[in-house]
Design a binder for this molecule. Structure first.
Ligand SMILES: Cc1cc2nc3c(=O)[nH]c(=O)nc-3n(C[C@H](O)[C@H](O)[C@H](O)COP(=O)(O)OP(=O)(O)OC[C@H]3O[C@@H](n4cnc5c(N)ncnc54)[C@H](O)[C@@H]3O)c2cc1C
Length: 540
């Protein structure tokens, strides 16, 4: 409990933070908040002049499910609610140093915004289209199974985070000011609830407008954003030890005082380009597995402790879950769980199939899906290392993605298996309904995965069935494969200067470089890289 004391001689606190627990139907009842706070403070409700919400979470550990609220309580006199700060993005001067940012995902966009705050002029180069045009490019992959290789669920304005679940929860709180990221999003159209929800979420229907508004701010403040500008070359000097800019596929050169490389985990061409110039890369641990889908009402009944078939109270959101265990030295865990969501095709080229999950802000689809992935260490990819060296993990990803494509039998139809059949090793005669629009086809998923993944998945699932009774259900479906949960490659950087140890001026950034895993951590990394660029210019 945090207490603010008044200056009155009797030392009566005039504001306090208190945690209260409320029945589900009392969430919107401010009188109930007041009474609960008064009980907690052991004072009369009449002394409470104001209550405002600081944090909201759901306590579903046991029945009945309750809301937990952290309230700021004004005692005797009202305490004004803290308004979200509106971040200031100043206009840069025409003399400002230009910083090239490759990639317009969360890392690239937040790097650009921070550059502007630091008096630098960001120049973003993005291979995909602006978010409005990009939206139309999702139709061919969904309806015809045809991947537009520069404009899809991973590539285009806003990056992989645009048509995503839009979960903003992060554990990367030590990497920077998470609230600043949320406030920037709220200032650009996200709902203010993301400031108080313990598990904030935006949703794919609202994210594009937020992304558009962020771009408008960058442009209005003097930055540049170039779409359909795929970077294919590097301007290197000093035998490759210094970078001064990049070259796009159509031959345009962009020079800058620093290059922030924020191209995401699917830009395999960028990793190859770096290697071709002798820029050192490292293998890193990553994770791969399947998407698992259940009927959402089943997950609701398990998580909220009521009988299957009973309707979820309106005040409660579609239930989420998080599962993790360790099997034979490797983590097996749920990843990017999307309550009330959809499984979507996330391939970036036509010879592969990749799945991931997204949702709309209301999270009201009848399905709950989640990645279920197994941790992979560089030594697990030994058989790919002889041929692919440091890109062995990437080669393993591609092998599985191509096997999935073939097993699906065409377009973006995905191989799939009932969960119980996967556990018992039998092919599914038929498959349950799914949210995956391009369709699914029965396949033995274990035959398409290396044993070190499928065995651990099986064992992990058995344990999850015990931890969450009902999870191993006849209606649960596994869809292949979730291969891009993280990057198998790290572009090294000095922990102090954030520059590549072998290339002055190159700032590897975000998820593709191995420094983030999610929208908010990528945004935080973008900020940090912009700050590192500014520092490097001061000390130059
Ligand atoms: C379907 C889906 C759902 C997801 N859901 C969530 C979620 O709910 N919550 C969450 O936190 N995370 C989610 N993620 C992960 C999240 O989107 C990423 O962690 C995050 O976007 C990484 O940010 P980034 O800026 O590092 O890279 P990206 O977002 O991948 O952005 C990289 C950008 O670089 C561009 N680019 C690549 N190569 C080049 C090139 N050669 N030249 C120019 N531009 C290039 C790409 O087009 C892309 O726009 C989801 C991902 C997917 C695919």
């Amino acid at each position: 409990m945090v207490t603010r004391w008044s200056s009155k001689p009797e030392m009566i606190p005039d504001s306090q933070e208190v945690d209260v627990s409320l029945a589900v139907d009392k969430l919107d009842d401010q009188e109930a908040w007041r009474k609960a706070a008064a009980r907690r403070l052991k004072i009369s409700p009449s002394r409470i002049a104001s209550v405002s919400l600081l944090k909201k979470s759901i306590d579903a550990r046991k029945a009945p499910v309750r809301f937990r609220l952290r309230l700021l309580v004004g005692i005797g006199a009202p305490v004004p609610q803290e308004e979200p700060r509106c971040p200031v993005i100043p206009e840069v001067s025409s003399q400002a140093r230009r910083i090239v940012i490759v990639g317009c995902g969360p890392a690239g966009m937040f790097a650009a915004l921070r550059c502007l705050q630091l008096g630098l002029c960001p120049v973003i180069l993005e291979r995909g289209k602006d978010v409005s045009a990009r939206r139309f490019d999702l139709a061919p992959i969904l309806r015809e199974g045809r991947v537009l290789e520069d404009s899809n669920y991973c590539f285009g304005e806003g990056g992989a985070g645009t048509f995503s679940d839009g979960k903003l929860y992060t554990r990367a709180t030590k990497r920077g000011p998470v609230r600043d990221i949320y406030e920037m999003l709220v200032a650009h159209g996200a709902a203010a609830e993301i400031l108080t929800d313990a598990h904030p979420h935006i949703g794919s229907n609202l994210l594009p407008n937020v992304v558009k508004a962020l771009r408008a701010t960058i442009l209005e403040s003097g930055g540049e954003v170039h779409f359909e500008s795929r970077v294919e070359g590097l301007l290197l000097s000093g035998k490759g030890s210094r970078i001064s800019g990049v070259v796009t596929a159509d031959g345009r050169e962009f020079q800058g005082a620093g290059v922030i490389l924020a191209t995401g985990h699917s830009a395999r061409d960028i990793h190859r380009l770096l290697l071709s110039h002798g820029v050192a890369l490292e293998q890193k641990s990553f994770a791969m597995g399947v998407r698992i889908e259940h009927p959402q009402p089943l997950i609701d009944s398990i998580q909220y402790h009521y009988d299957h078939g009973v309707k979820r109270p309106r005040a409660l959101p579609a239930a989420r879950y998080r599962l993790a265990t360790t099997v034979k030295g490797r983590s097996v865990h749920s990843f990017c769980m999307c309550p009330g969501g959809f499984i979507v095709p996330c391939a970036t080229s036509n010879d592969e199939l990749v799945v991931n999950g997204m949702s709309l802000s209301r999270r009201d689809s009848p399905f709950a899906n989640s990645g279920l992935v197994v941790g992979i260490e560089p030594r697990d990819t030994e058989s790919w290392q002889a041929e692919h060296g440091v890109l062995a993990g990437m080669a393993l990803q591609a092998t599985i993605e191509q096997a999935a494509k073939e097993a699906g039998g065409g377009g973006q139809v995905a191989p799939a298996q009932r969960l119980l059949d996967f556990l018992e090793g039998g092919l599914s005669d038929d498959l349950p309904e799914t949210s995956y629009f391009p369709g699914v086809r029965p396949a033995s998923l274990a035959d398409l995965l290396p044993d070190f993944i499928s065995h651990r998945l099986r064992e992990g699932l058995m344990r999850f069935g015990k931890a969450m009774p009902g999870y191993l259900n006849g209606e649960a479906l596994l869809v292949g494969f979730e291969t891009r949960s993280s990057s198998p490659v790290r572009i090294p950087r000095s922990p102090d200067s954030f520059q590549h140890p072998g290339v002055i001026g190159l700032f590897p950034c975000g998820e593709g470089a191995g420094y983030a895993g999610g929208i908010v951590s990528a945004a935080l990394d973008g900020r940090r890289c912009a700050e590192a660029v500014a520092e490097s210019l001061l000390s130059a």
